[in-house]
Ligand binder design. Structure first.
Ligand code: PMP
Length: 355
C-alpha cells in the first residue's frame, strides 16, 4: 500500500520547518538550558497542594485568579494587564496568532520568534546584531518604515549573547513603531539594568514577557505577558481555555509567597556568574562575553569538539552551531557544578594544545 501523503498535505510553511528539538543528552551536570540550579519551594511547602489533590477531577481555574492577583500585586499592576501562558513560548505563539506579521527580531536571538512566525505562515525578518551584540538601529528603523512589522520581539537580556540592548535604541524603536514591541525579559531578574516595566504606562504599544522558568520553576511551564489592558484583551481571545494547569498555578502561588528565597537564589547565581566569567577569562583561547543573564556565551576554537568532550566528562553546555561561530553557551550552575565545568574545560583545552 502506498504511504499516506501526510507530508504533501502539510501546509507549505510547515513542510520547510524543522521541529524544535530540545536534545535530551543525559549528563551528570546540566548547564545547557538556562535553568536555575535551585528550586525555590519544597513539596511539603505547597500549602495549596491539598486542595489541588481534592479537585483533580475538575478543570483548573481558567482565569488563574489567585495567581494573577498575587502576581499583579507584586508587579504593581492591575490583573487586567496580565495574561498567563504555558511558558512564554505559548504567549509568543498567541501574540503572532493575534497580530500576525510581518514579525521583526534581531539575530542571533531566541529561536522561538522565528519558529512561531514560520509555523503560523507569517513573514518574518531577522536583522543581524552589530559587532557589540547591540541592535543595528539604522537598519531596524529603515525596516520598520519599509515593512511596517506588526510585532517586534526584543529579548533583553538577549539569549544567547547575554547582554542587554541599549535602552535608548529600544526606546527609539518603541517610539518610531506604530506596532507592538515585545520586550522579552525572561532573564531580567539577573540583570543590573532596570527593565521596562516602569515604562508600560507611557507606551501602550509596549508589552513585556516574563517567565518562572529561569528562576527555579522551568517544570511548571508558566510565563506571563504584561501590557495595556486592551492589548491583553485581544491576545486573551486566542488563549486556549485552561492553559495553566492546577498544579502549576498552586506552585507559582507558593513561589511568589516565597519570593525571598527566589531573590537569594538569584543573588547566588549572579555572584557565581561573575566568578565564572573571571575563571573563563583566565583560560587560554577562551573569550567570554559579559552577561546580564544566568548564562555566559564564550568563544573558543574547536567549539564543536570541546562540546563533545565535555559531554564525555558528563557536562552538558550548548553548542551554538551556525548561529554563532566557534561559540558555546554555559548556564551558571551551583559553585560545585561550575568548578567541575571549569576544571574539565581547562583539562580539555590543555590536552588539545599538547596534541
Ligand atoms: N524567552 C527567552 C529569551 C528564552 O531564552 C526562553 C527560554 N529559553 C523563553 C523565552 C521561553 O521561556 P518559557 O520556558 O517560559 O517558555
Amino acid at each position: 500500500m502506498d504511504e499516506f501523503p501526510f507530508y504533501e498535505l502539510t501546509r507549505k510553511n510547515i513542510q520547510s520547518l524543522e521541529a524544535y528539538i530540545a536534545k535530551d543528552i543525559p549528563c551528570r551536570i546540566k548547564l545547557d538550558a538556562n535553568e536555575s540550579p535551585y528550586c525555590p519551594i519544597s513539596i511539603d511547602s505547597i500549602s495549596s497542594m491539598k486542595e489541588f489533590f481534592l479537585s483533580l477531577n475538575r478543570y483548573p481555574d481558567p482565569e488563574a485568579k489567585e495567581l494573577k492577583k498575587l502576581l499583579s500585586k507584586n508587579l504593581n499592576i492591575a490583573p487586567e494587564n496580565l495574561l498567563l501562558g504555558n511558558g512564554s513560548d505559548e504567549i509568543i505563539c498567541y501574540l503572532i496568532t493575534t497580530f500576525g506579521g510581518p514579525i521583526l527580531y534581531p539575530s542571533p536571538t531566541f529561536v522561538m520568534y522565528a519558529i512561531a512566525s514560520q509555523a503560523s505562515g507569517q513573514k518574518h525578518r531577522a536583522i543581524p546584531l552589530d559587532e557589540h551584540f547591540d541592535l543595528d538601529i539604522d537598519k531596524i528603523l529603515k525596516t520598520i518604515k519599509k515593512e511596517k512589522p506588526k510585532l517586534i520581539f526584543l529579548s533583553s537580556p538577549n539569549n544567547p549573547t547575554g547582554n542587554c540592548f541599549s535602552t535608548e535604541k529600544i526606546l527609539k524603536i518603541i517610539e518610531s513603531s506604530k506596532n507592538i514591541v515585545v520586550i522579552d525579559e525572561a532573564y531580567q531578574p539577573f540583570s543590573s539594568k532596570r527593565g521596562f516595566l516602569p515604562l508600560l504606562k507611557d507606551y501602550p504599544n509596549l508589552a513585556i514577557l516574563r517567565t518562572f522558568s529561569k528562576i527555579g520553576l522551568a517544570a511548571i511551564r508558566t510565563g506571563f505577558l504584561i501590557g495595556h489592558e486592551n492589548l491583553i484583551r485581544e491576545v486573551n481571545k486566542v488563549r486556549l481555555p485552561y492553559n495553566i494547569g492546577s498544579l502549576p498555578q498552586a506552585i507559582a502561588i507558593e513561589a511568589i509567597r516565597n519570593k525571598k528565597v527566589i531573590s537569594e537564589h538569584i543573588k547566588a547565581i549572579i555572584k557565581e556568574r561573575e566568578r565564572l566569567f573571571k575563571e573563563l577569562s583566565l583560560l587560554e583561547g577562551v573569550k567570554p562575553f559579559p552577561s546580564e543573564a544566568n548564562f555566559i556565551l564564550f568563544k573558543v576554537k574547536d567549539a564543536e569538539n570541546i562540546h563533545k568532550k565535555l559531554i564525555e566528562k558528563g557536562i552538558l553546555v550548548r553548542y551554538m552551531g551556525n548561529a554563532l561561530k566557534d561559540s558555546l553557551r554555559v548556564t551558571v550552575g551551583t559553585p560545585e557544578e561550575n568548578n567541575a565545568f571549569i576544571d574539565s574545560l581547562k583539562d580539555i583545552i590543555d590536552k588539545l594544545k599538547n596534541k
